[in-house]
Design a protein around this ligand. Structure first.
Ligand code: PLP
Length: 392
């Protein structure tokens, strides 16, 4: 098998897996209790909090564990709304986000619209970039939240989130700034991002940790409604007995990413460029996302998103699967639906082009041999599909 779908999820790193094991068996203490067994669970949660905080230059006390990126995004938007409504009974307020967010943001924004909130969905340029000026132009007196993703899950474009946050902050101190960093966390240097934004979402299974764990970073001093009510876990902001094993695995994955980030970035970049050079030999390949000169560095190191003329991405995926190659067409969460992806539409791809989209997301664990083999198979598949054949 050649696994090229790391934006959908990653294989768990061995040390992360090992870090979880004790907490699934003998270390079963409830982190809220007072005895030694429980203190060991509590310590594991604290260590993980420190490791997650380090990736974005935050303080451990600003990290709140959740069940994953989706929950963190829901909490960010709904929490901001509740906080706003406590002070503003007259207006339901206004949110600014982008047309290329993950559905965890878009569907939550739609839900808030059903409660009366106005939402502006900013349209990116043809490479997927949203500019700070666009955000400033969209701000209204009743805007209470700006949510722009750090990097896009489909096309890999890295947004100028720091610049956007600083521009908004320069204009208005009372607007919360959130970023969905699920695809960027542990993949690129985010070092000081926590100094620019108020809220940030990340997810463990995108960086070699287990599924079902994530964080919401809430900047110190930000007034923000809790999401889950109940016990006093996570400083009373996110109640529920902690998923200690998951959190411990996530913490270990964060530590590995922190220590090995430069090596990981250069390995993925080299593999991506090798792959892209081979794919570019196929006629009718258009690269999606940040690609033009000067912008190529503003792209996630492992992301290749292309539209290939004259083929259907879904058919290519099935043929790739038969050859043991895992990839995706558009967003993994949207796979199965034949609708062209909202991201490709937003950057101006025609329906026909968007249907021929394929996404390959590499990891530093992939090898040059895998990349060469995958490129060869794809070239053959494109040839067959263009000649009306559905089998290799
Ligand atoms: N946000 C982005 C940008 C994502 O890519 C994903 C998952 O693909 C999510 C949110 C949801 O994260 P999770 O799978 O942890 O719920």
């Amino acid at each position: 098998m050649i696994y090229l779908d790391n934006a959908a999820t990653t294989k768990i790193e061995e040390p992360a897996f090992n870090a979880m094991l004790p907490f699934l068996k003998e270390e079963y203490g409830n982190a809220s209790a007072v005895y030694e067994l429980a203190r060991r669970s509590k310590k594991a949660v604290f260590e993980a909090r420190k490791n997650a905080a380090a990736l974005i230059g935050a303080m451990p006390s600003e990290i709140f564990f959740t069940s994953g990126g989706t929950e963190s995004d829901n909490w960010a938007l709904c929490g901001a709304y509740e906080t706003f409504r406590k002070k503003n009974t007259e207006s339901a307020g206004h949110i600014i986000t982008t047309a290329i967010e993950h559905h965890a943001i878009l569907h939550t924004a739609e839900y808030l619209e059903s409660l009366g909130v106005s939402v502006t969905y900013l349209k990116p340029d043809s490479e997927g970039f949203v500019r700070p000026e666009q955000v400033l132009e969209a701000i209204r007196p009743d805007t209470f939240l700006v949510s722009v993703m750090t990097a896009n899950n489909e096309i890999g474009t890295i947004e100028p989130v720091r610049e956007i946050a600083d521009a908004v902050r320069g204009l208005r101190k009372d607007v919360l700034i959130h970023t969905d960093a699920v695809q960027a966390f542990g993949q690129i240097h985010l070092d000081d991002l926590s100094k620019h934004v108020d809220l940030l979402s990340a997810s463990s299974h995108k960086l070699g940790g287990p599924k079902g764990v994530g964080i919401l970073f809430v900047r110190d001093g930000v007034k923000f409604s809790p999401f889950m009510r109940g016990g006093m876990q996570e400083s009373g902001r996110r109640a529920g007995t902690e998923n200690v094993a998951g959190i411990a695995g996530f913490g270990e994955a964060c530590m590995l990413s922190f220590a090995g980030l430069d090596a990981k970035i250069s390995a993925e970049t080299a593999l991506r460029d090798r792959f892209l050079a081979k794919l570019s030999n196929i006629t009718g390949v258009i690269v999606n996302g940040a690609y033009s000169e000067g912008n190529f560095t503003k792209r996630l190191p492992g992301n290749i998103s292309v539209c290939i003329k004259g083929i259907e991405g879904e058919s290519a995926l099935i043929m790739l699967d038969r050859e043991g190659i895992c990839a995706s067409s558009g967003s993994a969460c949207a796979t199965g639906a034949m609708e062209p992806s909202h991201v490709l539409k937003a950057i101006g791809r025609a329906d026909d082009e968007a249907k021929g989209s394929l996404r390959f997301t590499l990891s530093h664990h992939n090898t040059e041999e895998e990349i060469d083999q995958a490129a060869l198979v794809i070239t053959e598949i494109v040839d067959k599909l263009r000649n009306g054949k559905k089998h290799l």
